[in-house]
Design a protein around this ligand. Structure first.
Ligand code: E4P
Length: 228
């Protein structure tokens, strides 16, 4: 079980990487835009190479930027050459439900030896098929599943049982964190990995009662410092 960071910000990644608590990073085009990455595809390349180097050998997911099957294959091969710990995100289907992407995932994994993170999935059945196609990671968006009125934990548990029963080696990444509690509850439900928005990591660490306890220790500790 592991925690990944869902961000493209170098300083933020460095901060949590130095704590030794993250085992990978995920990005997507929306995160890259929000995080202010500029300079077109060269900018994406530069940022991705820097992140990959920083967290090596832990994996970094970088998503393709269009939905044409030939371009997805071309970008997938190209991105994977930027660093040996980069895996490539491909959505489960196109913007209007076009069905080319599973073949793209299969070809990139099996023919071009590119590790794939199949993404933008909301159900166990989607993830199961991406796993059958050979995706190394299958990403289900837990927060969005909950927002549709379903219980993401049930979907994660079903998926984990399917992967285990069929002896499929794909690892489940649950993303789209909305609350601190998501992280532990998704890991408990069967996720191999939860990819977390950085602010929720702080929420996991800091507890008001721990603060009060540390303040008490420091106050009493200071009495010894004074009487030195
Ligand atoms: C996962 O890999 C995605 O990058 C991400 O978690 C999506 O989250 P959102 O629903 O907050 O966009």
């Amino acid at each position: 079980m592991a925690i990944f960071l869902d961000t493209g910000k170098i300083d933020v990644i460095k901060k949590y990487h130095l704590m030794g608590i993250i085992r990978g990073v995920t990005t997507n085009p929306t995160i890259m835009v929000k995080d202010g990455i500029t300079g077109g595809m060269e900018g994406v390349k530069k940022q991705s190479i820097e992140i990959a180097k920083l967290i090596h050998p832990y994996p970094l997911s970088v998503e393709v930027t269009n939905n044409d099957p030939k371009d997805m294959i071309r970008q997938g091969i190209e991105f994977s050459k930027w660093a040996d710990n980069i895996n490539v995100k491909i959505t489960i289907h196109g913007p209007n439900g076009e069905l080319d992407n599973l073949q793209v995932i299969h070809e990139l994994e099996k023919k071009h030896n590119v590790r794939i993170n199949a993404t933008a999935m909301m159900s166990a059945q989607q993830c199961f098929l991406a796993a059958m196609a050979g995706a190394t990671y299958v990403s289900i968006f837990g927060g969005r599943v909950n927002n549709m009125g379903y219980d993401s934990r049930e979907e994660i548990a079903r998926l984990r049982h399917l992967l285990d029963d069929f002896e499929l080696p794909s690892k489940i990444i649950v993303g789209s964190t909305r609350e601190v509690v998501n992280i532990i509850e998704w890991l408990e439900a069967g996720a191999h990995i939860v990819t977390v928005t950085p602010k929720f990591i702080d929420g996991m660490i800091v507890h008001p009662y721990s603060k009060e306890t540390v303040q008490m220790f420091l106050k009493d500790g200071a009495t010894f410092e004074k009487s030195k």
